[in-house]
Design a protein around this ligand. Structure first.
Ligand code: AHM
Ligand code: MG
Length: 326
C-alpha cells in the first residue's frame, strides 16, 4: 500500500510527475484542513459542548444542529482564507456568498451531512463540489459534469477523505496522532454486481411503481426473479451509505415519492447528488434520477432537490429498465 500524504499525492496525482493545478491543490488541502478541524469537534462531541440543536432553521426548513453551523462557519472561513474561491454555497445558507473576486473556483458544500445522526454518535460527513467560476462568481447553475473536483470526508470509526478530479477516485485516512491524511485507496472501483441495497423502507408505501417493483424483487430473494438473497442497510447519512457503496458495492436510493408529489426528492442536487454522482461514475458505477443521468441535469436553483439512485453498474441498470418500462 502507498503511504503518500495528501500533499504528496497532490504533487503528482496521475503518477506522471505532473502536479495538480496549483490553485486546485491549494483548495483541496484547505478543505482537508477544515475536515480535520470538524473531525476533532465531532470526536469530542459533548465534551466540546457542540451537540444539540442550534435553535435555528435553514433555507430548506430543517432544524440546524450546533455542529451544522460550526462546520459551515469553518468551511466558509477556509474558502475565504484559501484565496482561490470566487464564491461559496452551502446547504446551511440561503444564498451563495461572494468570496474572492476573480478567483477560479466555485465551492459548494453540505458542511455536515447526516444531521439526524450527529447527536447519536453515528457516522456523518462533509460533502463538497468544485465548479469552474466561468462567467463570474454567480455562475453556480452548471450541470454536475462540469465539476473539476468532488469529494467527501466521512467522520466515522476513521476519518476518511475520498476525492476525484474526474479521473479516478482516491481515498485518504486521517492518522490521528499526526492529523495527516495518508493515502489508503487508489483507483477505487465499485463492484459491478451487488446483493445489497440501501433505502429508507419506512417510505415504501409512498414509492413510485418502478422502485416498489425493484425492491419487491430484491426482497423475494433466491426464489424470486432475481435469484439471489439481498441484504439491506440504511445509515441515514448519505456520506456513510455512499462510502459503503464505494467500498464494497451496493445500490443507494433516495427516490422521489408521493409524500409531497411536487417535491423532486429529498437530497440536494448541487452539493449532495452531483459530487456523489461524479465519485460513483469515476469508480465505474452509475447514477440517475429515474429518467436522466444526474450529472447531465441543468440546475435551475441552488438548493434544488433531486431523486437519487446510484451505485453498482449492473444493479442501477436493472432499476433503469424498470423505469423505462413504466
Ligand atoms: P441532511 O443533509 O440534512 O443531513 O439530510 C440528508 C440526509 C442524507 O444524508 C440521508 O441519506 C438522508 O438525509 C436520510 O433521510 P431520512 O431521515 O429521511 O432517512
Ligand atoms: Mg446532507
Amino acid at each position: 500500500m502507498t503511504t503518500r500524504t495528501l500533499r504528496e499525492f497532490l504533487a503528482d496525482p496521475a503518477g506522471d510527475g505532473k502536479p495538480a493545478a496549483r490553485e486546485l491543490a491549494t483548495l483541496i488541502e484547505a478543505i482537508s484542513d477544515s475536515c480535520r478541524t470538524i473531525s476533532y469537534l465531532v470526536s469530542r462531541g459533548a465534551l466540546a459542548g457542540v451537540l444539540g440543536s442550534a435553535g435555528t432553521g435553514n433555507v430548506q426548513g430543517e432544524e440546524q444542529k450546533q455542529l451544522d453551523i460550526l462546520a459551515n462557519d469553518e468551511l466558509m472561513a477556509m474558502a475565504k482564507a484559501s484565496g482561490v474561491v470566487a464564491a461559496a454555497a452551502s446547504e446551511e445558507e440561503d444564498e451563495a456568498r461572494p468570496i474572492t473576486e476573480g478567483s477560479p473556483y466555485l465551492l459548494l458544500f453540505d458542511p455536515l451531512d447526516g444531521s439526524s445522526n450527529i447527536d447519536v454518535n453515528v457516522s456523518i460527513g462533509t460533502i463538497f463540489s468544485v465548479l469552474p467560476a466561468r462567467g463570474g462568481e454567480h455562475a453556480f447553475l452548471q450541470p454536475g459534469r462540469n465539476q473539476v473536483a468532488a469529494g467527501y470526508c466521512v467522520y466515522g470509526p476513521q476519518t476518511t477523505l475520498v476525492l476525484t478530479f474526474g479521473s479516478g477516485v482516491v481515498a485518504f485516512t486521517m492518522d490521528p496522532p499526526t492529523g495527516q491524511f495518508v493515502q489508503t485507496g487508489t483507483n477505487i472501483r465499485i463492484p459491478e454486481k451487488t446483493k445489497e441495497f440501501a433505502i429508507n423502507m419506512s417510505n415504501m408505501r409512498h414509492w413510485a411503481d418502478p422502485v416498489r417493483a425493484y425492491v419487491d424483487e430484491c426482497l423475494a430473494g433466491d426464489t424470486g426473479p432475481r435469484g439471489k438473497n439481498f441484504n439491506m442497510r440504511w445509515i441515514a447519512s448519505m456520506v456513510a451509505d455512499v462510502h459503503r457503496v464505494l467500498t464494497r458495492g451496493g445500490l443507494f436510493m433516495y427516490p422521489w415519492d408521493k409524500r409531497e408529489p411536487g417535491k423532486p426528492g429529498k437530497l440536494r442536487l448541487m452539493y449532495e447528488a452531483n459530487p456523489m454522482s461524479l465519485l460513483v461514475e469515476q469508480a465505474g458505477g452509475k447514477s440517475f434520477d429515474g429518467n436522466h443521468r444526474i450529472l447531465d441535469i441543468q440546475p435551475t436553483s441552488l438548493h434544488q432537490r433531486v431523486s437519487v439512485m446510484l451505485g453498482s453498474k449492473e444493479e442501477v441498470e436493472v432499476l433503469e429498465k424498470k423505469h423505462s418500462a413504466s
